[in-house]
Ligand binder design. Structure first.
Ligand code: PSV
Ligand code: MN
Length: 399
């Protein structure tokens, strides 16, 4: 867009939309309503499996995470909540923490228990063969539920590192039974109006089997538990080549898609910024979401980011991610669905694909700039971040 004025770019987009059956007011309404949660751990120092790298200005505690998250919200107008990870973000007074977030214009979102860091969980948490470890894991989740009440969170995000490394190490069916038993107890304790989202991951840290390896397993568990249990799709948690947009559509149609952990990867669970490797896939995921929204389906999806920034500066990476998510959502909203249905009905494969691709190639940045202005945010949040001097300021404050 550099050699275009914003006005020219906007006119170009308007021209592209001419003759298409798109309700622009609805598109704008949806874009304004789009909100995505950022994770406290995305603002802290993180690392590879070999070393933790320090970044100047990285948040050192939950208070600084909240400050960074609030700044991302101020720039983008789309990130009014921050997810917490317990015990990393544990404080004495969670009610005070809730107020602290509110003063800064955001709220506390999903609570993530940590069921992988304690040495007792080496051989599993809820699926551990030792009953005292299963009990310890359960009690930690109960503590997280109490925290949810104190911060008024309505989402419990559950990711289990449980699995085994070698054939014979564990009894699959017994472990499945323990997992179900534990989850049932958690379900029974959920605060009023809250839901639990079950995340899956096909490997890592376990390398032979994982107790909740895929969306089908998470779906089966959520189905058994009841309506307050849904599946959490972390976009980096699938074997190569998995058709994520298909499973998203399936879960939506079953009312079992709870939300997303957005990130991207080239190989495994790399936690890179969303859309950095496969932007078209991300757009196709949103295409499925928009299809359902057009049918007035009540999705109530929890959009969350789950990234670990090592090569990129943390706050900047977050702002870039939000911009990417807004762009792919805008593109998905601009798919000419009348033309698509017609092409599908006529068996016009190239025509159908082209309708989709045309929307993908549209430059939606001027539209988003306008939306953000209306939201009182920055038309170009990344540029505004770079000019803000925020990183220099916090780097000095945080040492
Ligand atoms: C570990 O793989 C992980 O990235 C999962 O995606 C969780 O959601 C996240 O950590 C926070 O526990
Ligand atoms: Mn995740």
């Amino acid at each position: 867009m550099a050699h275009w004025t914003e006005k020219e770019a906007f006119e170009a987009l308007a021209e592209e939309l001419e003759g298409k059956e798109i309700d622009v007011d609805w598109v704008e309404e949806r874009l304004k309503a789009f909100q995505v949660e950022t994770p406290s751990w995305g603002y802290r120092d993180s690392g590879t499996r070999f070393v933790v790298f320090h970044q100047p200005g990285a948040a050192r505690n939950v208070h600084e995470c909240i400050k960074d998250a609030a700044f991302v919200h101020r720039l983008t107008g789309a990130c009014p909540s921050v997810a917490l990870h317990i015990p990393w973000d544990r404080v004495e007074d969670f009610r005070a923490l809730r107020e602290e977030a509110e003063v800064q214009g955001i709220r506390i979102g999903a609570i993530n228990p940590n069921l992988f860091q304690d040495p007792d969980y080496k051989f599993g948490s809820l699926t551990n063969a030792r009953p005292e470890v299963r009990k310890k894991a359960l009690e930690h989740i109960f503590e997280c539920i109490e925290i949810m009440e104190q911060v008024r969170s309505d989402v419990l995000s559950l990711w289990f590192a449980d699995g085994t490394d070698y054939p014979g190490q564990g009894d699959f069916r017994r472990r499945k039974g323990w997992m179900e038993e534990g989850l049932r107890e958690v379900y029974g304790r959920l605060p009023k109006g809250a839901r639990m989202l079950i995340e899956y991951k096909f490997f890592e840290p376990a390398f032979y089997h994982t107790d909740i390896p895929d969306w089908g397993t998470a779906y089966a568990l959520a189905l058994k538990l009841g309506p307050k249990a849904q599946v959490l799709v972390d976009t980096g948690h699938h074997p190569q080549g998995t058709n994520i947009e298909f499973l998203v559509a399936f879960l939506i149609s079953e009312g079992k898609l709870g939300g997303f952990h957005f990130n991207d990867r080239k190989y495994a669970d790399d936690d890179l910024t969303a859309g950095s490797a496969f932007p078209y896939q991300l757009f196709l995921i949103f295409h499925e979401i928009v299809s359902a929204e057009l049918e007035r389906m009540d999705l109530g999806l929890a959009y969350m980011i789950d990234q670990s920034h090592i090569a990129k500066p943390k706050v900047e990476a977050m702002v870039q991610t939000v911009d990417t998510l807004q762009q792919v959502y805008a593109k998905a909203l601009l798919v000419d669905r009348v033309a698509l249905s017609k092409a599908q009905a006529e068996g016009d494969v190239v025509g159908a694909e082209d309708v989709i691709r045309e929307a993908f190639w549209m430059d939606v940045r001027p539209l988003l700039a306008q939306i953000r202005k209306e939201l009182g945010a920055e038309p170009n949040p990344l540029e505004a971040y770079r000019k803000s001097g925020y990183l220099e300021k916090v780097a000095e404050e945080r040492g």
